[in-house]
Design a protein around this ligand. Structure first.
Ligand code: PLP
Length: 389
């Protein structure tokens, strides 16, 4: 075993089941291990590295910012965070944003906005938030409480009260679980960690309508689906809704930690001085990189993402053991006929392909800039592995 693996086992808490490779560098959608073995990366650091590895513009912006001013705290003004916020607001219907450092923190921020909005307007009792069964919203105690998966709910009692879970795509269940104390409904449009499960268009539209009619805030968790991943800046655009709050993270950073809570007109001034904060929020280096990410977000890229996603779908459906392909754009879940997804992923590593799982599915979240040749080779490798099963 290499010294790196030995030290990891000795000194890093064992919260992760790592695959047996040490990665050292990357370029575009290719990664290399300590033996210079090449892999096609269909993981993008779990939906993070949307521009791939070593994007020159991103590296330059990050290095220049690190050289001039790496951090100032939120006691002072600085430029990179204002640029990201202005860009994101101009590209969407949102009016303001709060900067966090991760997806979970962005969701914590959204939950706090919703509760303060309701308590300012209706009083302290209006704290209930409805989320969906099988959702994933993060690993902090409160975002775990929001997460509708029982297997995450072991060992960590007591949880934050005020969360109720309804079944996805079951509008009657949603209706039966909201009441006058409900302040928000929070959901992913494609449940990522839950198994790449898309919500039905009509269900989403109806939830949005219920929210509007009852002054319930609609929070869409776009931590995984956002920043071009599904073939639009945010997935909600494809559901023809205008959420009150959207949370964003993963792809926005392209590798540096960043998160954001996007706030529409109704909630843009709910937070006042002292209501919320974080030391690193809006960090200049992370934001300098995010500015480059946002400058790449345009219709041409979104069309490419859709086209590549359709290619994956078409190819995968022709492979043995594949009985379905879920998802949108370059967020794909491959449904297998009962064979083990994690075993398939392990076998692909040997053949030079990195994939993810999501529950019992093989999940693909490649860098958005993956080339057609790389995508074709990735599909060839997966096909070979499945043919030999
Ligand atoms: C990854 C993810 C999170 C958590 O993000 P972290 O940066 O790991 O805290 C929250 N929601 C969704 C939908 C995610 O995919």
């Amino acid at each position: 075993m290499s010294q790196i693996k030995a030290n990891d086992n000795a000194y890093i808490a064992h919260t992760y089941g790592r695959f047996d490779i040490v990665l050292t560098h990357g370029s575009g959608a290719l990664l290399y291990d300590e033996n210079e073995k090449e892999y096609i990366d269909m993981t993008a650091g779990i939906g993070v590295n949307c521009l791939g590895f070593g994007n020159e513009e991103w590296v330059k912006a990050v290095c220049e910012q690190a050289t001039s001013l790496q951090h100032v705290s939120n006691l002072y003004y600085s430029k990179p965070d204002t640029q990201v916020a202005e860009k994101l607001c101009n590209m969407t219907h949102f009016s303001k944003m709060f900067f966090a450092n991760s997806g979970a923190e962005a969701n914590e921020g959204a939950i706090k906005v919703a509760r303060k909005y309701a308590s300012d307007k209706y009083g302290q009792k209006n704290y209930e938030i409805l989320t969906l069964v099988n959702s994933f919203h993060g690993r902090t105690i409160t975002t775990l409480s929001a997460t509708g998966q029982d297997h995450f709910h072991q060992h960590f009692d007591p949880f934050t009260p005020g969360f109720v879970h309804a079944n996805a795509n079951d509008i009657e269940d949603v209706k039966s679980k909201i009441n006058k104390n409900t302040c928000a409904i929070m959901m992913e449009l494609i449940q990522g960690e839950g198994g790449v499960l898309p919500l039905d268009y009509d269900f989403v539209k109806e939830v949005a309508e219920i929210c509007q009619q009852n002054d319930i805030l609609l929070i869409i968790d776009e931590v995984q689906t956002g920043i071009g991943r599904c073939g639009s800046l945010y997935a909600y655009e494809q559901f023809d809704i205008q959420p009150d709050i959207v949370t964003t993270a993963k792809g926005l950073g392209n590798g540096l930690p960043i998160g954001g809570v996007l706030l529409n007109d109704k909630v843009k001034d709910v937070f006042g001085p002292g209501d919320h904060g974080t030391t690193f929020g809006g960090n200049p280096v992370a934001c300098a990189g995010a500015n480059v990410v946002l400058s790449h977000m345009n219709q041409e890229l979104f069309d490419e993402v859709k086209r590549k996603g359709e290619y994956i779908k078409k190819r995968a459906l022709q492979m043995p053991h594949v009985i379905g392909v879920n998802g949108l754009g370059l967020m794909r879940g491959i449904v297998l006929d009962g064979i083990s997804a994690i075993d398939v992923v392990r076998a692909c590593i040997d053949s030079g392909l990195l994939l993810l799982t999501a529950k019992d599915k093989v999940r693909m979240l490649p860098p958005l800039i993956i080339t057609d040749e790389q995508l074709e080779k990735a599909c060839d490798i997966l096909e070979e592995v499945l043919k030999a099963w």
